[in-house]
Write a protein that binds this ligand. Structure first.
Ligand SMILES: [Ca+2]
Length: 477
């Protein structure tokens, strides 16, 4: 045995022993749609840096956010759990009495415990009370906004209410560490967000170039109110939304160039995704689902399916398109595997998708996905390319003209969707109910739904789950 160990040491190349832990960069856009990047079919503007990133790595075509709304999606990404398992739902508002529970372990906490420096530059949205802020959940550094950029005392047209009593939200702070450092007060201030956060992210990389780091960059754009800095205004043929996309793409390019300059590109895994589909009733200020049904705020594919691109130079084959099923709840276990960090002690729902990232077309680490929405409604279940949508009240954009130039159009929040079975391979638009032709598939997916209901409940059928955990409660509610 001793000899064998000695032999192994002699045979293995030295660099395997000296290799440093890989750095991790996780870029999460806000309300960027499945069809919003060049490589996913965008038109009237270009995203060359992200297209190149996809060319040098892998892009996924069936990647789902945890839920089609800000806070829930981010909770899923950072904890590896269905957000309803840990009690986070919807989009939290300023001074929320709830936030992420201190007993949940985030990617930042897990990597920090494994020797990583951790930084977040962007939108948090998992509770804005001090006890819920990023520094209390595993991050060493934080610069950004605590919730959405439209949660501010400003009208859609950029003017401020004259009467203070009309203010529905407090001033929108940019927080450094745990304290408000400045405020976003005008649409012009919104235009500086991408520049500021890109600068902060680059400084963080430079400062930590000699140690393993985890950089989480949740850019608040292109969530309305959108705006671009002077250098990008008028750059695209599309107008402001295209300008914002081009600035976002520039920002990703800056991050990638920084890695190259510091010779960190071969030891850094870079991930790009979005928290949910486009906010479609904002019309020309919203993105594109690429033709998928419905949009943000729904469990149809337009709300839930988002781009997912991974680049890890020298470690994953270039130019892959991965059609395997995956979700942002899978990011945590995958990063734990790659960085050799222990998984959270409590049960999670994510699975390790490293095989998919590395080009395995046979692997199926995720066979099933549950589409929950609102507080705890199980609206759909997916197995491979089959999707069973359960009867549920939901948002629809059908039949309404969108707004424009920063103003929303109407939509309906309580449309009574009927149960339907879709085969997304040939029906990506979720139009043809195949229940009658595939009764066995229908039964199979119904049974899967019941499994989820037993574990984490379903308000639609008034079923309490056995495993739901409590959300974090504010210290002084
Ligand atoms: Ca969002």
């Amino acid at each position: 045995m001793k000899q064998l160990i000695l032999l192994t040491f002699l045979v293995l190349p030295f660099h395997l022993f000296s290799q440093k832990k890989p750095n991790v960069i996780l870029i999460m856009m806000d309300d960027l749609g499945y069809g919003d990047l060049g490589v996913y079919g965008a038109s009237q503007y270009q995203t060359p840096n992200l297209d190149k990133m996809a060319k040098e790595g892998v892009r996924f075509t069936h990647f789902l956010s945890a839920q089609a709304v800000c806070s829930a999606s981010r909770a899923g990404l950072l904890t590896g759990c269905y957000p309803n398992r840990i009690g986070i739902a919807g989009a939290l508002f300023p001074n929320s009495k709830v936030g992420i529970n201190a007993e949940e372990e985030t990617i930042a906490e897990l990597l920090k415990a494994n020797g990583y420096r951790t930084g977040i530059f962007g939108k948090w949205h998992l509770g804005d009370r001090k006890e819920f802020l990023p520094l209390q959940h595993g991050f060493d550094e934080y610069v950004g906004i605590p919730y959405s950029n439209d949660m501010w005392p400003v009208h859609y047209d950029g003017t401020r209410p004259e009467n203070n009593s009309k203010k529905i939200h407090p001033e929108l702070p940019i927080i450094r560490g745990n304290e408000a450092a400045s405020y976003i007060k005008t649409l012009d201030d919104q235009a500086q967000i991408t520049q500021l956060l890109t600068k902060e992210s680059i400084q963080f990389i430079e400062k930590n170039k000699d140690k393993p780091f985890f950089l989480y960059f949740p850019n608040p754009m292109p969530h309305v109110p959108i705006n671009a800095s002077a250098a990008f205004k008028g750059k695209s043929k599309l107008g402001l939304y295209g300008d914002v996309m081009m600035e976002m793409d520039w920002s990703v390019g800056q991050i990638l160039q920084t890695l190259k300059r510091l010779k960190l590109d071969e030891n850094t895994i870079v991930i790009f995704t979005s928290d949910n589909g486009p906010w479609q009733n904002f019309g020309n200020h919203a993105g594109s689902t690429g033709g998928l049904r419905e949009a943000k705020g729904t469990s149809f594919e337009g709300g839930q399916r988002v781009p997912f691109i991974v680049q890890w130079k020298g470690h994953i084959p270039e130019g892959q398109v991965q059609s395997g099923l995956a979700s942002n709840i899978d990011v945590l276990p995958t990063l734990c595997a790659i960085t050799k960090s222990p998984l959270p002690k409590k049960k999670i729902d994510g699975v390790n998708i490293q095989a998919l990232i590395q080009g395995d077309t046979e692997a199926e680490p995720r066979k099933i996905f549950y589409y929950y929405y609102r507080t705890n409604n199980l609206e759909a279940v997916r197995q491979g390319t089959w999707k069973l949508v359960f009867a549920h009240p939901g948002r629809t954009h059908e039949g309404f003209l969108p707004g424009q130039d920063g103003f929303p159009g109407p939509l309906r929040e309580d449309f009574p969707f009927k149960q339907a079975l879709y085969d997304l391979r040939r029906d990506p638009g979720e139009r043809y109910d195949m229940s009658e032709k595939y009764p066995e598939k229908l039964a199979e997916l119904q049974a899967l739904g019941n499994q989820a209901r037993a574990e984490i409940g379903d308000d639609l059928l008034k079923i309490k789950g056995a495993e739901n955990r409590t959300v974090g409660q504010a210290i002084n509610p």
